[in-house]
Structure formats: C-alpha cells, structure tokens
Design a binder for this molecule. Structure first.
Ligand SMILES: Cc1cc2nc3c(=O)[nH]c(=O)nc-3n(C[C@H](O)[C@H](O)[C@H](O)COP(=O)(O)OP(=O)(O)OC[C@H]3O[C@@H](n4cnc5c(N)ncnc54)[C@H](O)[C@@H]3O)c2cc1C
Length: 617
C-alpha cells in the first residue's frame, strides 16, 4: 500500500450509538420545539455520511500529511496535499454547520450529535479537523457578538467554507497569562481600528484551504487598563472585505514562520505579525471596548470542549488499532498451558497483562465519550429550555455545562496521552517505530493538555470558580444526582459493590473538598493551588466511574432482558459491564488515595528550597 493511501482510522459506531441513544437518549431532544425539525433517522443518516467521509477521504490523508506537514513559501502556507479537496467536500456535506443555529444559517441539530460527528472527524484526521473546528468557533463568536454589518460580511462565507477562522490570544511573553498581552489597537472610525503586534502559535494561522481567514484577535485599545480588564476583541481578516462582500486588498497580517513540532504536523501553527506596514484593519466585536475576554470566552469554552473531544477521538482510534494488533500478533503460549512445552503460540490478547491494558483503554475511552455526550446534552437542554422560556431548567443545565467543561478538557486530554501510551505499549516495539499508527497518535495527543489553557488552568477554573457556580448549586446538583444513583443501584446484581465503592469515593471527595475550602479560608493560597490539579483528577475519576456504572446498569438490563439479541450484541453489553467494573476496581481507588493526599496537606513541593530541586543551575 502506498504511504498516501494508508488509512488507520477506526471508530466504534455501536459504542457511539449506545452512548447517544441508549444512555443519553438524545432522541428525546426532538420533543423540544427547538429541535423538533430533526429526527433520529436524519441523525443516523448524517452520522453514516460523516463516517463514509472519514473512511474514504480524511483517514487516508492522516499518515501522509503527518509526514509532509505544512510548508511556508513566499509568505503563504500550503496545507498538505489532499486537504483542499477534503475541505471543499466537508463544506459541501455541511457537516461543520450541523449544530449552528438556523438564525445563523445552520441546521440547528443537537450539540450531542455534533460531538459524535466531531469525534469521527478528529479520529480520522485531527490536524485537518482543527481548520474547520476553529472556523466553527469563530463563526459562533461573530454570530453572537459582532455588529450587524460585520455579520453580513463574514458569516455567510464562514458557513460555506470560503472563509476560515482562528483564535489569536497567545503572544511570546503571554501564554497562560493572557492579561500580559501587548498587541495594540488604535481607533480609526466607527468600530474600525488599526492593529499592531505579534501573536504566536496560532493554529490554522495561515493556509490555502479557504479564500480568506478571519482572525479573532485580542488586543488592548490605547489607554485601556492593564490586565484582562483592558482587553478588546477584533475581527482581523487576512484579506480586506469590500462592502459588497467581495475580497479586497491584502490586509497587513503576515506569517512570520510556522512551527516544527512534536505532533499535529498538518495543522499550521503560525507566528503572525499585525500592522508592520501600519495598515492592519480590525473591527471591534460589538460596540463596547474592554469586554474582549468575556466575548472570547464564548469561543474558548467551545474550544475547551473541542480539545476534550480531540482527546477522546485520538484515544478511541488508538485503542481500536491496538486491539486489532493484539488480536493478530502471536507471541508466547497461554499461561494456562505453562506445563506444556508444545503448547501453541497465542495471540497476545490472550495474555492477562495485555487484557488489562486493553480494558483500561476501553474503559477510559468509553468514560470520555460518556463525559463528552453528557456535557453536550446539558448544552442542548439548556438551549432548548431557554427557547421555551423555562429559565430555571435552562440555568440548571447551563450550570452543569460550566462545571463539566474543565473536567472534559483536562480529563480527556490527559487520558488521551495515557491511552495512546498504553496503545504503544500494547504493540511493543512495533508501536515505537513508524510503521504503525500509534506513535503518531501519541505525538498528536500531547498538545491537548497544553493548549486552550493548560490543564492546571482548567483545575484552577474548576476549584476557584466552577465549584462555587450559582452559589454552590451547580455542585450540589451534581452531587445530588450522584447520591441518588448510588442509593438506587447499591444492590444492583451486576455492579452493586462497585456502586457502593463509588458512593464511598464520593464521600472522600467531599472531605477533600472541605480541606481545599479550609486552605482557601486560611488564605493558604499556595496549598490551595497545589491541590487544584489533584482535586480535578479526583472529581474526573468519580464522574467517569458514575457514567460507566450508569451505562453498565443499562447494559446489564439489555443483556438479560432481550433473549432475541445476537451474540455480538450480548458480548457488546457484557463488555460495557466489564469496563465499568474494571474502572471501579482499578482506577477509582486511585481517586481515594489522592483524596488522602489532599487532606494530608503535604507541603514538600512548596517548602523544598529552589536549590533543593538540584544544585545544578
Ligand atoms: C501546537 C500549538 C497550538 C496552539 N494554538 C493556539 C491558538 O490557536 N491560539 C492561541 O492563542 N494560542 C495557541 N497556542 C498557545 C497555547 O494556548 C499556550 O501554549 C498555552 O496557553 C500555554 O501557554 P505557554 O505555552 O506560554 O505556557 P506558560 O504559560 O509559560 O506555562 C508553562 C507552565 O507553567 C504553568 N503555569 C503558568 N502560569 C501558571 C500559574 N499562574 N500558576 C500555576 N502554573 C502556571 C503552566 O500550567 C505550564 O505548565 C498553541 C500552542 C501550541 C504549542
């Protein structure tokens, strides 16, 4: 097979269907007026279409694009071969706009289905999917906050893929510390400004997939306060756009360089210079300066969910490739035949330790998928109830979205790397060399815990802001749902002991949470921030255990009640029960141990003298 046609994309459609339609009953959304124009059949059809696109177009480009990367020539970035045709096809199919509201020109489908489509696209080709993912985020931002005249100019071409989008926050000295940015804006007239500055590491910062690129740029208007309070948001197109919508002269935005990096090689990561020739035109989003961070958070929250999704997607395909390899690779004989020197060689899937690794990967992938769809369904219900004027219900669901967003971002991105590492381990040496796909997945996955706010930034967001959301009601609603589940299913014939263990772990988490509150009240801020990441880890593990056990209860019911089902269906459901049990017995105890660490208040990382890390400087 030629390099160009290697296709390693794998996805588990049965598992996706289970999560969408059996566990989260996404079809019930169609009873709400906001989604009533859609049906389950329609959703199934678009998922099949997306699957075909991933199998026939995106998957075969992933390997070769990783090897070739992007090229910057004469100030213009070229995306890898095949991407332009794939981009055109993607927008002909309309998949990026599935969840965009009808008001903005989209299909207004459920976000819960959008995430399933995105899982397939990123599993097939994570780098490619970043270009359209950023366009989707920029489109929503313009659609929600821009002035009408700017919506007229930019929305339609972003819907059709004529224009792409980016998000420009980072600068060389301002990464996590966005408030330190120095990009400047000087007002010309109306909402038109001149922009000056340099942004670094801008994903999809330049390419040749679309006619134009709409950069969403954070900058400080001259005289505005320092820090995040003085930041405004601007639309800065690569080419100026005339009033009739046609493309005008080149704007003063230049690509200084693109990065050579560990993974996602086919996603151009650019350094962009604005206003070197004093001719960079930008348009304030909305009519108020200094509210840029609030507006940008619309895109950032979406992007955080998308990054969690990338983790799920890449981990999912890595797991399925490792599983396929484990079914074929013959090595050693069965441990049960240890006395027989003539025992036949077996596939490595028969070895206990390989089964352990496979089940860890499976349970984490299923847990991530459940987590992402759970959050997405809360998004849908929040929108649907708001549309019906039921604001209390909408607020409840929005509160759960807020609480779960840092968990989705951080858990899925951290675990994606762990799952990919286990996939490499399952392959043995074959996983480390470039003849198989898992080394690329491992390299691609590392960035997920870094960009879009490092995972520590997510942990700070969870502990310092989200746990206190709606005066603590979001957290108590979350805990109430968990307690109700534990009370109802503690005697479940399949997973009763694991449900009891979940309840005990949740109690420990509450105790650990009390310790964190103490650190806060005693102004021990160094200790508070020390334990934010461990606390996020605990809460993620407990949430995922809850989701997996809930799925296991449903699976066990389906397995035992329907005697007409095929062996494959029977095994599928048995697999769901096994992965929940495994997670509760192998992973959940780690959360309990971490709770002990948080309560201990250990200060060694804080009190060690800087030179104590090493006397080597
Ligand atoms: C491939 C790639 C694509 C990217 N795409 C984009 C993009 O499209 N748009 C964009 O704007 N940016 C993008 N970025 C930038 C990315 O968002 C930043 O790298 C990220 O926000 C972290 O900033 P930093 O790299 O400057 O790390 P730093 O902020 O220097 O952080 C270094 C370490 O210190 C920790 N740290 C920093 N501050 C604190 C603190 N206050 N408390 C505790 N710990 C702290 C961090 O958690 C991290 O572990 C991209 C980066 C890469 C590598």
């Amino acid at each position: 097979m030629s390099e160009a046609s290697l296709n390693y994309f794998k996805t588990d459609l049965r598992s996706l269907e289970f999560t969408l339609f059996e566990q989260y009953r996404v079809q019930e959304l169609f009873d709400h007026p906001y989604f009533s124009h859609m049906s389950k059949d329609e959703v199934t059809a678009i998922m099949e279409q997306c699957y075909r696109f991933c199998t026939e177009v995106l998957g075969p480009l992933n390997h070769s694009a990783d090897r070739k990367g992007c090229v910057l020539e004469n100030g213009q970035v070229r995306a890898p071969e095949g991407f332009r045709a794939a981009w055109k096809k993607l927008y002909e199919l309309g998949i990026p706009n599935f969840a965009v509201s009808m008001e903005l020109g989209g299909f207004q489908g459920p976000f819960s289905v959008h995430v399933a489509l995105q899982e397939m696209l990123s599993a097939a080709n994570c780098s490619f999917n970043m270009y359209s993912g950023l366009t989707y985020g920029a489109l929503e931002l313009v659609g929600e906050f821009a002035l009408e005249k700017d919506k007229q100019k930019f929305l339609e071409p972003m819907l059709t893929g004529r224009f792409a989008g980016t998000m420009c926050l980072s600068e060389p000295h301002a990464g996590s510390d966005v408030g330190a940015l120095t990009t400047r804006a000087v007002r010309v007239e109306g909402n038109k400004y001149k922009i000056y500055g340099t942004k670094c590491w801008i994903s999809a910062g330049d390419h040749d997939l679309a006619e134009n690129i709409v950069h969403m740029v954070l900058a400080r208007v001259e005289g505005a306060p320092q820090g995040t309070k003085g930041i405004s948001l601007f639309i800065v197109p690569k080419y100026k756009v005339n009033d009739d919508g046609s493309i005008g002269e080149r704007n003063d935005v230049t690509t200084a360089s693109i990065e050579h990096k560990l993974g996602i090689n086919a996603s151009a990561t650019a350094v962009l210079n604005f206003g070197e020739e004093d001719n960079c035109e930008g348009f304030l989003v909305g009519d108020t300066e200094n509210v840029g961070m609030k507006h940008m958070f619309r895109m950032m929250n979406g992007a955080r969910i998308t990054v969690g999704l990338q983790g799920l997607a890449v981990a999912g395909t890595a797991y399925l490739n490792a599983l396929a390899y484990a079914r074929e690779r013959l090595q050693g004989s069965s441990v049960k035949a240890f006395k027989d020197p003539d025992a036949p060689r077996v596939a490595i899937i028969e070895h206990s330790d390989v089964r352990r690794m496979l089940l860890e990967m499976k349970s984490k992938v299923e847990g991530m998928r459940g987590l992402v769809v759970k959050l997405a369904k809360h998004v849908d219900l929040s929108v649907a109830y708001r549309h019906e004027g039921k604001h209390d219900e909408a607020d409840y669901h929005q509160g759960q979205v807020d609480l779960l967003t840092p968990i989705v971002k951080a858990y899925c991105s951290d675990q994606a790397f762990r799952v990919c590492e286990l996939a490499v381990q399952t392959y043995g040496g074959a996983g480390y060399v470039k003849d198989h796909p898992v080394e690329q997945y491992l390299r691609d996955a590392k960035i997920f815990s870094i960009y879009e706010g490092t995972n520590h930034i997510q942990a700070l967001d969870l502990v310092v802001r989200k746990l206190r959301g709606r005066s603590g009601r979001d957290l108590s609603d979350f805990a109430g749902n968990l307690t109700e589940f534990v009370q109802k299913h503690s005697n479940d014939p399949a997973v009763g002991p694991e449900v009891v263990a979940l309840g005990a772990a949740a109690q420990k988490m509450q105790d650990a949470g009390q310790s964190i509150i103490q650190y806060m009240m005693q102004s021990k801020l160094d200790q508070l921030t020390l334990f934010c990441s461990p606390f996020l880890e605990v809460m993620s593990n407990i949430t995922v255990a809850h989701i997996l056990l809930e799925a296991a209860v449903l699976a066990e019911e389906a397995r035992t009640q329907d005697d007409r089902q095929s062996q494959a269906e029977f095994d599928f459901y048995a697999g769901r029960v096994a992965s929940a049990r495994f997670f509760a017995n192998f992973m959940l105890p780690q959360a309990v141990a971490t709770c002990r660490t948080i309560k201990s208040g250990d200060r060694s990382a804080l009190d060690i003298p800087d030179r104590g890390f090493s006397t080597v400087w």
